[in-house]
Design a binder for this molecule. Structure first.
Ligand code: GTP
Ligand code: MG
Length: 349
């Protein structure tokens, strides 16, 4: 009797599994069909997006499904004024429509092949970085005043043009330290036509953190709409405005949130356009550290995490500078010495 019951139970279970499998299959067919539609879709095809919302999204830079898919609900709410629930639905629809997800290792290797290395003109520094500053990456240099962060920014703006006369450098200057005279010196040091080099450097001053964020967002248009062959974007300094504007413990969360958003824009820029993003960062004193280096980079883990390479710069012996590679996805940590000279960086003999 008990045995018979067991048989029946099994049968019922088998049937329900079969029914589930059929449901799942139908669901897959539905999803695939909607993905087919979404491939051709724009933001106006998302749920909850009428003409007015579509326009607001466009104006805020959410011009395609990808932009919506990678946004946070908060960003969409801010841009459109719709409720958070609708924003969530919209983002989820964009995500499932885009089949976001995985790439094969082979595809990634192919993408890595387009990566270029920008030379620092110091053989030791280049070697530390596996050939130079990489494109498709964010490289952060942090260190005390006078450690050479700004000099390196100028140098990259020049050297990215060495092998490619159409290459453009974008310099977002937050501390009013960009000097065209210095560009001329570095260009001459590298045997390049200084006027041409200067012409291919687009400089913008950022007067506050909002301004800085907006300028970074504009770079995408400069590449897509204006057709500039941007190889390097320099943000000098990344954190100074944020540090000055958000003072006190109570504002820390807001500062980190904005910084996080900024870093995401930069990361996307690096990735989609094969650009080297060079950001500089100051250090602050850590009064509670008695051993090792008593300094710490501003911006905390948000900046550290988003950066692909991190370099700590400090003053060394006899006026030299020491660069220490702190964090890299594929290179050994290490140190090198060089001098900052009129025409470029020179190795310590
Ligand atoms: P902060 O922005 O103040 O945090 O510093 P930083 O890290 O940006 O320093 P920066 O890159 O401005 O380095 C300044 C140092 O570079 C100077 O103290 C000089 O040692 C060196 N330097 C700048 N210009 C020249 C130059 O024309 N010739 C030589 N030999 N050295 C220079
Ligand atoms: Mg500086």
């Amino acid at each position: 009797m008990r045995y018979k019951n067991k048989m029946e139970e099994n049968k019922i279970e088998e049937e329900s599994i079969e029914a589930d499998a059929q449901d799942i299959e139908e669901e897959v067919i539905k999803v695939e069909a909607s993905q087919e539609i979404m491939k051709k879709a724009g933001i106006e095809d998302l749920p909850g997006v009428g003409a007015a919302t579509a326009q607001k999204l466009q104006e805020a830079g959410f011009s395609d499904l990808m932009a919506v898919a990678v946004a946070s609900p908060g960003e969409v709410v801010e841009a459109t004024g719709i409720s958070e629930q609708v924003a969530r639905k919209m983002i989820n629809a964009a995500r499932s429509g885009l089949q976001m997800g995985f790439e094969s290792g082979e595809d990634l290797l192919k993408r890595r092949e387009r990566v270029q290395k920008i030379s620092t003109s110091s053989a030791a520094f280049d070697e530390l970085l596996g050939g130079g500053f990489e494109t498709s990456a964010i490289v952060e240099c942090f260190g005390e005043f006078g450690s050479g962060k700004t000099q390196i920014g100028h140098l990259l703006a020049v050297n990215c043009q060495k092998d490619d006369p159409t290459a453009v450098a974008i310099y977002i200057d937050t501390e009013n330290t960009f000097r065209p005279e210095r560009i001329i010196q570095f260009a001459k040091g590298a045997g390049m036509d200084s006027q041409k080099v200067l012409a291919n450097i687009k400089v913008a001053k950022a007067y506050n953190s909002d301004n800085q964020m907006l300028l970074a967002e504009k770079v995408d248009d400069m590449i897509k709409k204006d057709g500039h062959n941007v190889r390097v974007v320099i943000i000098d300094s990344l954190t100074a405005h944020f540090r000055a504007e958000f003072i006190g413990r109570g504002t820390l969360a807001e500062r980190q949130q904005k910084l996080n958003k900024h870093m995401h824009v930069l990361l996307k820029l690096a990735d989609t356009h094969n650009v080297c993003i060079y950001v500089t960062n100051q250090v602050m004193a850590k009064p509670d550290v008695f051993f090792g280096d008593p300094t710490q980079a501003i911006g905390g883990h948000i900046v550290a995490h988003a950066s692909t390479f991190r370099i700590y710069l400090r003053k060394g012996k006899k006026g030299s500078r020491v660069a220490k590679l702190i964090d890299s996805p594929n290179l050994a940590d290490g140190e090198c010495n060089f001098f900052v000279e009129e025409g470029g960086l020179k190795d310590v003999k």
